[in-house]
Design a protein around this ligand. Sequence first.
Ligand SMILES: [Zn+2]
Length: 147
Amino acid sequence: MPVIRACGHCGQKNRIPAKYLASTGRCGACKSALPPIAEPLAADEALFDEVVQNAPVPVLVDFWAEWCGPCHAAAPEVARTAADMAGKAVVLKVDTEKYPQLAGRFHVRGIPNFVVLFAGRVVMQQPGAVSHEQMEQWLRTAAPVSV
Ligand SMILES: [Zn+2]
């Protein structure tokens, strides 16, 4: 299940396999560079598994819900983290109302709830809003060799 990303140059929709989300690619139509993903991706279960199992970089998951005020407060920090860590990490957002099974797999009770995974394994998990500096720190220390 690849991610569809529009080329910033020609608008062509490119299919990006999960393992290349943190890499610079090339547009299939105009051959312009497609930069690494720099914004949080809304994930369903299939995309979640695809990214977590195949991404060569750490993955930050933000478990959130529409009704959750602190989640909305944390959202700009999550977005900033995705921008700052482009090419070094992938950021996923999981709507716990839409995908309660996914939240259940990680025993998410309080939200926002952040999980960092690397190579398919949980590195750390913490509930409660934090700054983007803290999120970036988690990601840097999740894979000290490759980042
Ligand atoms: Zn293009």
